[in-house]
Unconditional design. Structure first.
Length: 440
């Protein structure tokens, strides 16, 4: 249930005892990373994870020695919840979402016959407990409270209430907590006893997708020119002048007469030639609103196909784009952000390898490592822009994992993509835990 007027009367729960963390469906331990990055001392008390590669990554990141464990064969006794008067137990259960998500089979979570139905194994374990964990943390896709699943979700909440928990759930998106990924997830905090909980307030997003990219990326991550052509809107009129206004800049100011509508800068962006040329008409330099920026009003762009009436979306350098199954998708482009990461790389990023102007507006040499990409091996593709897949390291960065922890991993890239897509954004978890650790 959401917080209501009656919850205001309840005391806020503040963790003051040593923390014992129990992670069901643990993955590589994003909940443990959140506590670690907050500087909170805690014990890796129990970990339940069936995937051998995920538990390998957990041990490599956290320096532990856990073995794979099947939740269907896990009992309350295995969790070792004792002396709750001395310890605060946090039990997390990010149960599988495959049968809930729009990308999955939509089989639901009505019973244990589906992967998402493993939620009811958590119910069985709690029923077996002689001492219950004080805090439960659930995470899943927003469809867990959608029309097709809300009946079973409410059944779950009612069960927890019968056990003595107060439940608080809310959808949180990663962009509201410092990560430029439009990952929306449902979280529920359940606290044993008559206690209240308030979810963290959003904070301004300071990072852009470009800030998360590696400086040097292997050519194998870049899409071929043929693949990019398949993504582009083909009805674009070539040699047509495009007037683009750079984000975070003000309009062009003309020192001669600021009221003259002809005082603008126009650039010719040609998809076939990748040429950028200034129109020699009345114009003046663009004054940007950003301190220290000397931007120009024109930007190279791509028109990416999408399943809308318009038929395309505009993409610039540093925008996130889908690179698979584009015909049936909307929201193909995310401005300065990344779409929700999946378990396989179906998202990419637009990068700029254009020729840079010198101070005299003449063409300079081809820039290398411009805009967080490498120099090209096969020429420019469409307006000096290229599209590439995210690297595994970039995916982990977009999940809030620090490079020093990512570097500990030894599994294959395919496993890294899978584990990142299955995980939880650490920054969101940090914000959630903070509310349980601070006394107003």
């Amino acid at each position: 249930m959401q917080q209501d007027i009656f919850d205001i009367m309840y005391e806020k729960y503040i963790i003051k005892k040593p923390i014992r963390l129990i992670e069901l469906f643990a993955g590589y331990g994003s909940q443990a990373l959140a506590l670690k990055y907050l500087g909170i001392e805690f014990e890796h008390h129990r970990v339940v994870e069936f995937d051998k590669y995920a538990i390998q990554s957990y041990n490599e990141i956290h320096g532990t020695n856990f073995e794979t464990k099947d939740i269907t064969k896990t009992s309350a006794k295995d969790l070792g919840i004792i002396e709750t008067d001395k310890y605060d137990y946090i039990m997390t259960y990010s149960f599988p979402c495959q049968d809930l998500s729009l990308a999955g089979k939509r089989a639901g979570m009505s019973d244990a016959s589906t992967r998402s139905g493993l939620l009811w194994e958590v119910e069985r374990i709690l029923d077996e407990c002689e001492e219950l964990p004080q805090i439960l943390l659930m995470e899943n896709v927003p469809q867990v409270i959608g029309t097709g699943n809300v009946e079973h979700f409410n059944k779950w909440c009612l069960k927890l209430e019968e056990l003595g928990y107060k439940n608080y759930h809310q959808n949180l998106i990663a962009t509201d907590y410092g990560i430029p990924q439009t990952r929306n997830r449902t979280f529920m905090i359940s606290i044993l006893g008559d206690y209240s909980y308030t979810f963290p307030k959003p904070i301004p997003l300071k990072l852009k997708l470009k800030d998360m990219l590696e400086d040097n990326v292997d050519e194998r991550y870049y899409l071929s020119e043929k693949a990019i052509k398949g993504m582009l809107e083909t009805d674009y009129q070539q040699n047509k002048f495009e007037t683009r206004v750079q984000q975070e800049v003000c309009g062009t100011l003309c020192a001669r007469d600021y009221k003259d509508p002809k005082c603008v800068e126009v650039f010719d962006f040609r998809y076939d030639e990748g040429i950028r040329s200034r129109v020699d008409t009345e114009m003046c330099p663009t004054i940007t609103c950003k301190t220290g920026s000397a931007g120009i009003s024109g930007q190279p762009l791509l028109k990416i196909k999408e399943a809308t009436k318009k038929g395309y979306a505009i993409a610039h350098d540093g925008d996130g784009v889908y690179i698979q199954n584009i015909k049936g998708k909307r929201g193909m482009v995310q401005k300065g952000k990344m779409q929700t990461l999946k378990t396989s790389p179906d998202t990419g990023v637009v990068v700029d390898n254009r020729r840079m102007f010198d101070e005299n507006d003449s063409f300079g040499t081809l820039g290398t490592n411009c805009g967080s990409s490498t120099s090209m091996g096969g020429g420019l593709v469409k307006n000096d822009l290229r599209i590439r897949k995210l690297t595994p390291k970039e995916c982990f960065r977009l999940m809030g994992v620090k490079d020093e922890d990512y570097e500990k991993l030894t599994c294959s890239n395919a496993q890294k993509y899978k584990q990142a897509g299955n995980s939880i954004v650490v920054n969101v978890l940090m914000a959630i835990f903070k509310e349980l650790l601070k006394d107003d």
